[in-house]
Design a protein around this ligand. Structure first.
Ligand SMILES: [Zn+2]
Length: 381
């Protein structure tokens, strides 16, 4: 689809306007003159929507924003929901269904608004337990039953606890864990390119440093792309899912119109309305802490986002934006191979901490690669 921006007009703009109006973000237009114009109030409404949804707040309507807008128009009960293998149904109604099933104790997987096999399995279990027709279809009868049942105590965030339980059962060892390292961009897509430094090359180099350390500690690490390839985020997520990854780490650098913007930030799946990958959040927090402590980069925090690489992966996924290439200090740091070793070590230690889950409370920044290796070797005996 064409990216829509301020100043554009036509039926596609009119459709987006109608959606924003239905969501209460734009007042209804009186008369028809402005109905198809992407004006300033509409741009403001798009930004508000993007902010609510954890999308990049750029005021443009591209594929991700368009999809989120379309998803937002669906309310539970408005249409029947079922698992369509060839074209999975997505929308806020699916998200509500997943959250409702989770509240009731059914493992519908990560609430991501996408009706997949796990959502269907959870729905069937629910239907069986409540004496409904077990067809895996969320129709009027099922919606009524879901509405009648009062949720259990909220706040337990069962999906997160379940993810956490899985990690706990797997034990504190790194050995046997399968990590997908996802160096951003690649091939013809260099990502950011400032002063002869390409994001894609830097992240490829960092990924290989990380890969080496992970292999040394007994983890299986897979790269989501070759040096000259640039799969879409969807393809990267599919790769991780098909590989049965335990964790996905996506590596990028950031940019800003201001040369003063600098620092490191981490992102995990979350809608910003309380639906969050608990483990992703924990992983992002650990990585953020280690990197801020070890690298001297400004700490820009960790945040929930609904980006494809986070949304479509079934395992916890974290995207790290390591420094701003548009900032001279950050760029100089990133250009130094020794610095990239420090980053790789920080990420490795954060992964180790995730699997230790608080069992080993060495202060942030003090755990070394050698410590991790020694710990793994001791466990292996
Ligand atoms: Zn990037």
């Amino acid at each position: 689809m064409r990216v829509l921006r301020r100043g554009d007009g036509g039926p596609a703009v009119a459709e987006v306007r109608a959606t924003l109006t239905a969501l209460g973000l734009l007042p209804p237009v009186i008369g028809t003159t402005d109905a198809g114009l992407f004006d300033q109030p509409m741009e403001h409404a798009v930004r508000s929507f993007q902010q609510q949804r954890g999308l990049i707040t750029d005021g443009l309507v591209g594929p991700a924003t368009y999809r989120a807008l379309r998803d937002a128009t669906h309310q539970l009960g408005g249409r029947p929901l079922a698992f369509m293998v060839s074209a999975p149904i997505s929308g806020d109604d699916v998200l509500t269904l997943q959250e409702r099933l989770l509240e009731l104790g059914y493992d519908a997987g990560r609430p991501n608004g996408l009706f997949g096999a796990q959502t269907e399995a959870a729905l069937r279990n629910f239907q069986r337990d409540y004496g409904l027709t077990v067809d895996g279809i969320c129709g009027p009868e099922t919606v009524r039953a879901l509405r009648q049942l009062s949720p259990r105590a909220r706040g337990g965030r069962p999906v997160l606890l379940r993810e956490q339980e899985r990690v706990r059962k797997a034990g504190p060892r790194l050995r046997g864990k399968r990590i997908v390292i996802d160096p951003g961009h690649g091939g013809a897509d260099t990502g950011l390119s400032v002063g002869g430094v390409n994001e894609s090359d830097l992240m490829w180099d960092l990924a290989t440093r990380l890969e080496g350390r992970m292999v040394a500690t007994g983890m299986e690490s897979l790269l989501s792309r070759g040096p000259d390839q640039c799969p879409t985020d969807e393809e990267r997520a599919t790769f991780a899912n098909e590989a049965g990854a335990d964790l996905v780490l996506s590596l990028h650098t950031d940019s800003n119109a201001s040369p003063h913007a600098q620092g490191v930030a981490s992102f995990h799946f979350g809608t910003g309305n309380g639906s969050t990958s608990t483990l992703g959040e924990a992983m992002a927090g650990l990585i953020q802490r280690e990197l801020a402590m070890r690298t001297g980069l400004k700490d820009c925090g960790s945040h929930p986002k609904t980006w494809d690489i986070l949304r479509l992966t079934r395992c916890p996924a974290v995207r790290i934006e390591i420094g701003y290439l548009t900032n001279a200090d950050d760029r100089a740091r990133l250009s130094d191979p020794g610095f990239r070793d420090v980053v790789a070590e920080g990420i490795l230690v954060a992964v180790k901490r995730l699997y230790l889950l608080g069992e080993n409370d060495q202060p942030t920044g003090s755990f070394t690669f050698a410590d991790v290796l020694a710990h793994e070797l001791a466990k292996a005996e």
